[in-house]
Ligand binder design. Structure first.
Ligand code: G1P
Length: 402
């Protein structure tokens, strides 16, 4: 089925990580987030992909080119981001007559769930979550063996159920004419209103997804990497010193170097051009990005280091995300646990929110540099290109204009 992938959003809840790249291009294991969406769609039976691009569109175009995994790719420009129905409206000229699927490009899906969605068309993907109030909650009725969707209640304060809309739709051909929906209360043209119309016209099956992850907030980028790094098989191809030890599902790409005395515990991927060690300890679901450096006596646990990030000497990085070309001065230490064991809180869009994680460290925008012996408190977010001085303790996230 022809499949539209929504990849135009700015990802404001991911700031500062999305200050210079669109959210769908955030790194997850061996590729950007949206490439996992596209790969799952193609494996599930997508015949062609229409990528809706907008914010930092060139990055997405360069990633995919004209074909992906053997299917043609075309691009639709959504010039101003006016909602998901507006995004699909931008894709409409690229669609052939017939049914079509739409997938949020900032979520991870598994292939069998998408295959079930395509098979059940018209259908919407559903998933059970602990906190439905931040999603659209599906209203359903039971019809025989199937749950049939009757509509979506967006972000309800008092959710009627824990079954949410996973942002994956298989629409009938007629829905191509139903994309002009009025603005919602948040001032957007919403695909869920299109779904409402489809539900009035046909039985829309709510297809339960086995696995799904919305990647909207920084700790969900860690969760995405935990998923995809955990799914990879061991492959040690790069230059690994005989006195280094790679335990479990470790991937060392061609062109990566792991020096003497290093211990790597999978699931971990060390990308091409990266160097680790000597005498470093890398563990948990950790992604060491292209050309990144993890130096002597550095411990990195359950973290994402984007391209060119450097943690050179005597540092600890736990449950953290370091943007492109971040540089940690010697002895920089990240706290990732509170003494009271409560879930770590962090800043998302100028609000302090719970990450739902007992362990969560720091989020550093691209180009951050820390002075020697900097200590970063759990949940601290440092803006793009910001600096800390020698010996500085950052207890709270500085105000950001990003
Ligand atoms: C959108 C949909 C919502 C759905 C969510 C899934 O919300 O409107 O129904 O549950 O995607 O990620 P948005 O992310 O635009 O707030």
């Amino acid at each position: 089925m022809q499949t539209v992938v929504l990849a135009a959003g700015q990802g404001t809840r991911m700031r500062p990580l999305t200050a210079r790249r669109p959210k769908p291009m955030l790194p997850v294991a061996d590729r950007p987030l949206v490439a996992h969406t596209a790969a799952a769609a193609v494996a599930a039976g997508a015949s062609r992909l229409v990528l809706v691009v907008g914010y930092e569109a060139d990055a997405v175009r360069e990633q995919f080119g004209d074909t992906y995994a053997g299917v043609p790719v075309t691009y639709a420009d959504q010039r101003s981001q006016r909602g998901t129905a507006d995004a699909v409206r931008a894709a409409r000229p690229h669609l052939e007559d017939g049914p079509f699927a739409v997938l949020n490009g900032d979520a991870l899906y598994d292939r069998p769930s998408l295959a079930a969605l395509y098979d059940a068309a018209p259908a919407v993907g559903s998933f059970r979550v602990d906190d439905p109030s931040v999603y659209g909650v599906l209203e359903t009725v039971d019809r025989g063996d199937d749950a049939v969707a009757t509509g979506v209640v967006e972000k309800p304060a008092d959710p009627p159920s824990d079954l949410i809309n996973a942002g994956a739709y298989a629409f009938p051909a007629a829905a191509q004419d139903w994309l002009d929906v009025p603005e919602s209360s948040r001032g957007e043209h919403e695909l869920t209103d299109v779904l409402g119309r489809v539900c009035e016209a046909a039985d829309v099956r709510a297809v339960p997804f086995d696995r799904w992850l919305d990647v909207g907030r920084p700790w969900e980028l860690l969760a995405a990497n935990e998923w995809k790094l955990g799914a990879a098989e061991r492959a040690v191809r790069g230059d690994v010193h005989p006195d280094a030890e790679c335990r479990g599902a470790v991937v060392v790409e061609d062109g990566a170097r792991v020096d003497r005395g290093v211990v790597v515990e999978g699931p971990t991927r060390i990308r091409a051009g990266a160097t680790v060690g000597p005498n470093a300890y890398v563990r948990g679901a950790t992604l060491v990005g292209p050309d990144a450096t993890v130096g002597h006596a550095v411990e990195v646990k359950n973290s994402v280091l984007m391209a060119g990030a450097t943690v050179g000497h005597l540092s600890y990085v736990g449950d953290s995300i370091l943007g492109r070309n971040v540089n940690f001065g010697a002895g920089t230490t990240v706290a990732n646990l509170r003494h009271d064991d409560a879930d770590v809180r962090t800043r998302v869009k100028d609000e302090t929110v719970s990450t739902g994680r007992r362990k969560f460290g720091a989020v550093c925008g691209d180009g951050v540099k820390t002075g020697v012996q900097t200590s970063l408190n759990a949940g601290v977010v440092l803006p793009t290109d910001s600096r800390t001085g020698p010996g500085e303790s950052v207890l709270r996230s500085p105000q950001s204009r990003e």
